[in-house]
Design a protein around this ligand. Structure first.
Ligand SMILES: Cc1ncc(COP(=O)(O)O)c(C=O)c1O
Length: 379
């Protein structure tokens, strides 16, 4: 049996998620209902078509319409470059399952979603972590990255925009990472489930392009969950110009998926057809709630500080308290005594930090941050 590490973040969330009033553990832009999308867009979801559709496997590869809509999110990707999966988590898993084997070396930029380092290790690869530092604004040290690359480095993995830090690796730095990978003919997996949530870039700053648009061996994973507020569809994808890799994905996928749900496929099509209004709603939510978070951090008088997020839905807040309470203990007590969920940095290997998901409802951010301030006030 393959060896598998416990997924610390998911286990922490599971402990409290349904027993709290203020949820700052969430990473999706506050999930939407079909009614809300209908009223924002003025376009009706075709419930009649759904009711008349036979509940069959339908298209094994995902409907042509859905793959067309997903390819439209990229510059160079065509429908044949897209593999539909169960969530972004399925896309990441399928990527490692299709490429990684014992004898391979994989470099992962951390902190990030634990799946991205645990799964290649589970498939027998030697995994090295490039640790990003708060003092560097969580930007990668490229010399360090270069020095870590070995002949057998199969893949460099990062997540942009990033969970948990909310930072964006700039277009320039991404292109230097591509140069490093190219020299060694390594793949790059970029988990892009938060694209295109680049909501708070500096004036005139261009967002980085998708890795699949700029590197032949670049693999982009995407999702309906975060940016498009439709995690309930459990629908994600892999996109790449590397035909051999895409074929390997299809071959593996036949053994563990067959197809995604045709109901999810129809709903995802509808959401993507109306993506402009969904994105506009979500950019506004990101920016407005980030303002509230910034105010709370300021009000903490130095007990909380952070690298201000430029994208995605979370911030990685550094906690400066002196009474010896760990952030894990803090998060446990906050959940139990204040009914407020935050994720301790320990789950990412960063004690002393809290991940705050701030793109849930406004009342989660207002109420949750008020409770967190109250908690740290006397510490
Ligand atoms: C970076 C990252 N990748 C992938 C996922 C998985 O999300 P989903 O399977 O809902 O797309 C998450 C969820 O938190 C995430 O933060």
């Amino acid at each position: 049996m393959v060896k598998q590490e416990e997924f610390r973040l998911e286990q922490f969330m599971d402990k409290y998620e349904n027993d709290i009033d203020y949820n700052l553990g969430e990473t999706c832009c506050y999930s939407m209902t079909l009614n809300e999308i209908e009223s924002l867009s003025g376009n009706k979801f075709d419930f009649g078509k759904l009711a008349e559709s036979r509940l069959a496997y339908s298209y094994i590869k995902g409907s042509p319409e859905l793959r067309q809509l997903i390819s439209g999110l990229y510059d160079r990707i065509i429908p044949d470059d897209v593999v539909i999966t169960n969530g972004g988590i399925g896309g990441n898993f399928l990527t490692f399952y299709s490429l990684v084997e014992p004898g391979d070396h994989v470099i992962v930029l951390n902190p990030t979603y634990q799946q991205l380092s645990s799964v290649p290790s589970m498939f027998g690869a030697e995994v090295d972590i490039l640790r990003l530092r708060y003092e560097d604004g969580f930007s990668p040290n490229l010399e360090e990255l270069r020095s870590m690359v070995k002949k057998n480095t199969k893949m460099i993995v990062f997540n942009n925009p990033n969970n948990p830090t909310g930072t964006v690796i700039s277009a320039d730095v991404v292109s230097q990472i591509v140069d490093i990978a190219k020299e060694n003919d390594s793949y790059i997996l970029c988990d892009e489930v938060y694209r295109p949530l680049f909501h708070s870039l500096n004036d005139g700053e261009e967002p980085p392009k998708s890795i699949a648009d700029i590197y032949e061996k670049g693999i982009s994973t995407g999702s309906m969950s975060k940016t498009f507020s439709a995690a309930g569809t459990r629908l994600g994808w892999v996109a790449s110009k590397d035909k051999e890799f895409i074929r390997a994905c299809w071959v593996r996928r036949d053994y563990n998926m067959i197809s995604v749900s045709m109901v999810d496929d129809m709903i995802a099509q509808y959401v993507l057809q109306n993506k402009d209004v969904v994105l506009e709603r979500n950019y506004t939510l990101c920016r407005n709630n980030l303002k509230l978070l910034k105010e709370a951090v300021k009000e903490s008088g130095g007990k909380l500080e952070f690298v201000s997020p430029k994208g995605a839905t979370t911030a990685f807040v550094k906690v400066n308290i002196k009474d010896g309470t760990s952030t894990e203990q803090l998060a446990d007590e906050l959940a139990r005594e204040y009914r407020t969920l935050v994720v301790p940095g320990e789950t990412f290997g960063y004690p002393g930090f809290l991940r705050i998901g701030y793109v849930n409802r406004e009342e989660d951010v207002r109420g949750g941050m008020k409770n967190l301030l109250d908690y740290v006030k006397n510490k």
